[in-house]
Design a protein around this ligand. Structure first.
Ligand code: S3P
Length: 437
């Protein structure tokens, strides 16, 4: 892991202006993976130049894929065809990226060669059986370290066969791993989810010409086809926009425009939650870009009140709970989060880490096994909080600090570069007060 970096964030000004946050992380990973397996050259624009997605690009370079840089966010991926990857000469380092590792596990399970996937300290503690077990049912052979954690030792040359699999938890990563293995399997792979999750893998496979049937909560494909290169436009990441949506909602006098934000309904649960809480966010210029719904989001300060977050939207905002906790802490009344146990196995245990940090700032938060009860309306004070090297926790506490009565020292912020390069500059540029500690 890169050296730990601490930030000092404090009350700034009202957020003003018009900004564009970087490209979507989920789509960028998939663009690299499917572009690499296509016949022909994929021009990708809006690619997230974050550490997670650059680790995925490095993985494919290590497997013989040429990737040219055409300027920030613009990549030319010279696809090698569905069977054209070469054995990597060393373990593939996925860095901090759970998406990179889990999707690659599926994709590499179907190759003729062996491979090893490793990650940083945080990724090395994350559960991988959720992918290795269903992949084993398809005939994959993957060994893990104790407790099903990385490294993953993938034994190539296995004949895979399709499966029908009902996901025990809603997870786009697990669904995608199985679909990617399914490209190499004999027969049909069918994946059903308890609640629909982000469908970028399905959409991109279809856009590159692989026959796939999908509807919310279900996807079905067979092996034995080919992918055909196409241009891929990556919209701005809703999950990165989320920090600004909350910051502008809670800081009095704010008025901010976020341009070109990806609005896939499987990602925008936070928008629904914030609106239930009284937020003033208007979608402007709704359009389609690269097959994805996109809009400019105009957000103005508004007093927020606590709500019960509907369990049905939890998967649609699974990455946004750290910053939702901040909105809930400053809202009047109580906010209840249930059905979100998955938060405990993200880049950190996001329920425990957010509860601890918010309490240090003076908020009242009760943890529950699958969520939290946040008693809002208590004034936030200065504190020293731990981001636990989790990018979304670090950025969430920057947002909280904008209303704190004294500076907040946030420890372990270096992983912000995994998903949001340039966050500091963009945040300070529109009014937030934050710098290196
Ligand atoms: C992702 C799926 C989600 C999400 C992660 C990205 C993806 O994880 O939390 O940030 O790109 O498929 P799960 O599938 O574990 O819910």
């Amino acid at each position: 892991m890169s050296e730990s970096i601490d930030w000092l964030a404090q009350r700034g000004q009202a957020l003003r202006g018009s900004i564009r946050v970087p490209g979507d992380k989920s789509i960028s990973h998939r663009a690299m993976m499917l572009g690499a397996l296509a016949d022909g050259v994929c021009h990708v624009s809006g690619f997230l130049e974050g550490e997670d997605t650059l680790a995925t690009a490095a993985a494919f370079r290590a497997m013989g894929v040429r990737i040219d840089e055409d300027g920030p966010g613009r990549k030319r991926v010279h696809g090698v065809g569905i069977d054209g990857l070469k054995p990597p000469s060393a373990p593939i380092n996925c860095g901090n990226a759970g998406t990179g590792m889990r999707l690659l596990a599926g994709l590499l399970a179907g190759q003729r060669f062996d491979s090893v996937l490793i990650g940083d300290e945080s990724l090395s503690k994350r559960p991988m059986r959720r992918v290795t077990e269903p992949l084993a049912r398809m005939g994959a052979r993957i060994d893990t370290a104790d407790n099903g954690q990385p490294p993953l030792y993938i034994h190539g040359g296995q004949a895979l066969s399709g499966v029908e699999y009902d996901l025990p938890v809603a997870s786009a990563q697990v669904k995608s791993a199985l679909l990617l293995a399914g490209l190499y399997a004999n027969g049909e792979t069918v994946v059903r989810e308890p609640h629909p999750t982000r469908d970028y893998t399905e959409r991109m496979l279809a856009a590159l010409g692989w026959p796939i049937e999908s509807s919310p909560g279900q996807a079905r494909l067979s092996g034995g086809h080919r992918l055909c290169a196409a241009d891929i436009v990556v919209p701005s990441d809703f999950s990165s926009a989320a920090f600004f949506l909350v910051a502008a909602s809670i800081v009095p006098g704010s008025e901010l425009l976020l341009e070109g934000v990806g609005m896939n309904p499987r990602r925008t649960g936070l928008l629904q939650a914030l609106r239930l809480m009284g937020a003033d966010i208007v979608e402007r210029n709704a359009r389609e870009e690269g097959g994805e719904p996109v809009a400019d989001l105009y957000v103005r300060h508004a007093p927020l009140h606590g709500v019960e977050i509907p369990e049905g939207i939890v998967p649609d905002m699974i990455d946004e709970f750290p910053v939702l906790f901040i909105a809930a802490a400053v809202a009047s009344g109580t906010t209840v989060v249930r059905g979100a146990a998955e938060l405990r196995v993200k880049e950190s245990d996001r329920i425990a880490v957010m509860a601890t940090g918010l309490r240090a700032m003076g908020a009242r938060v009760d943890e529950t096994p699958d969520g939290a009860v946040i008693h809002g309306g208590t004034a936030l004070g200065g504190a020293q909080v731990q981001a636990h090297h989790d990018h979304r926790i670090a950025m969430s506490f920057v947002v909280a600090a904008q209303l704190a009565s004294a500076p907040v020292r946030i420890e372990g912020c270096e992983t912000v570069a995994t998903s949001f390069p340039g966050f500091l500059e963009l945040a300070t540029g529109c009014g937030m007060a934050i710098g290196a500690a």
